[in-house]
Design a protein around this ligand. Structure first.
Ligand code: MF3
Ligand code: CO
Ligand code: CO
Length: 276
């Protein structure tokens, strides 16, 4: 059984989560045609360091950069490069993780580059976002981990999309990826560990426009769709509290949090209730 978080852990996770969310919002302003992913990496790195924190991906298991930038058919873990320039019509997931006061906050979203996004990229992005919103309704005390994956998979497959199996959500705290708490984005309702107050974990569905399968590139990090179709991802860090959930990486206007609330989720708002 995974170790549950203390009240102090949760307070500190709110701060780490908020910084990751603010970083993601900040870098989002720079997403436009002509910008390189290396420039986005620098923006993320400097924002996090200037707030007294560390960009968690940097040197994590040998990862060479401060953020992951995954364009079009890249599922996740794309490595920023000065040779990679954003083009009109691209979609790009930016995945920000910050370590603040020893605790990790982890979130990502898929951004549109420019205004004219092809229909298949629009669709997979919409399905990924909606799948996370729907998953949030199941993230509460007394449910099972399999309920989360079931919510995502049943919705995404009904929309004709594929759910990536090779990468899963994870427990998070003073450790980036807790091995004893994994959150698959597929599965059967009513199966798996019981979701319990004091758990903190990410949900981060990677949704493919076609086949769910992934292929790993020779750099050892970049994962792409097998069929070349686009893939999109959204991620938040969640704390199971009371009869609902705190989204530690949601700022007050977060569209996924608002959508989940509209669907009936009981969301507690850390950004409004905690100081600093
Ligand atoms: N942020 C990713 C996640 O959501 C992990 C990135 S690991 C890295 O779990 F090494 F690629 F940065
Ligand atoms: Co992440
Ligand atoms: Co994560």
């Amino acid at each position: 059984m995974p170790k549950l978080k203390s009240q102090e852990d949760i307070l500190k996770m709110r701060n780490a989560g908020r910084l990751a969310a603010q970083t993601l919002r900040h870098v989002g302003q720079f997403v436009k045609p002509g910008v390189s992913t290396e420039e986005l990496n620098t923006i993320v790195h400097e924002f996090i360091v200037s707030h007294g924190a560390y960009p968690s991906p940097l040197q994590y298991r040998g990862y060479p950069k401060s953020v992951c930038t995954s364009i079009n058919d890249v599922i996740c873990h794309g490595i920023p490069s000065s040779k990679e320039i954003l083009k009109e019509g691209d979609i790009i997931n930016i995945d920000v993780t910050a370590t603040l006061d020893g605790y990790f906050g982890d979130c990502s979203r898929t951004f549109f580059v420019g205004e004219h996004i092809p229909e298949d990229r629009l669709k997979v992005t919409r399905v990924a976002e909606e799948s996370l919103a729907r998953a949030i309704l199941t993230a509460k005390h007394g449910n099972r981990i399999g309920d989360i994956g079931h919510a995502i998979q049943s919705y995404a497959e009904k929309e004709g999309c594929g759910v990536v199996r090779d990468f899963v959500g994870h427990g998070i705290g003073k450790v980036f990826h807790e091995k004893d708490l994994q959150i698959p984005h597929f599965g059967k309702a009513g199966t798996g560990l019981k979701i319990t107050r004091g758990m903190i974990f990410t949900i981060e569905p990677m949704i493919n426009g076609g086949d769910w399968r992934a292929q790993l590139m020779k750099d050892g990090w970049t994962a792409k769709t097998l069929d070349g179709k686009p893939s999109a991802q959204f991620e938040h860090t969640f704390a199971i509290v009371g009869d609902g959930v705190e989204i530690l990486t949601a700022l007050e206007d977060d569209p996924i949090a608002l959508r989940a609330q509209e669907l009936g989720a009981n969301i507690l708002w850390p950004t409004l209730t905690s100081k600093k």
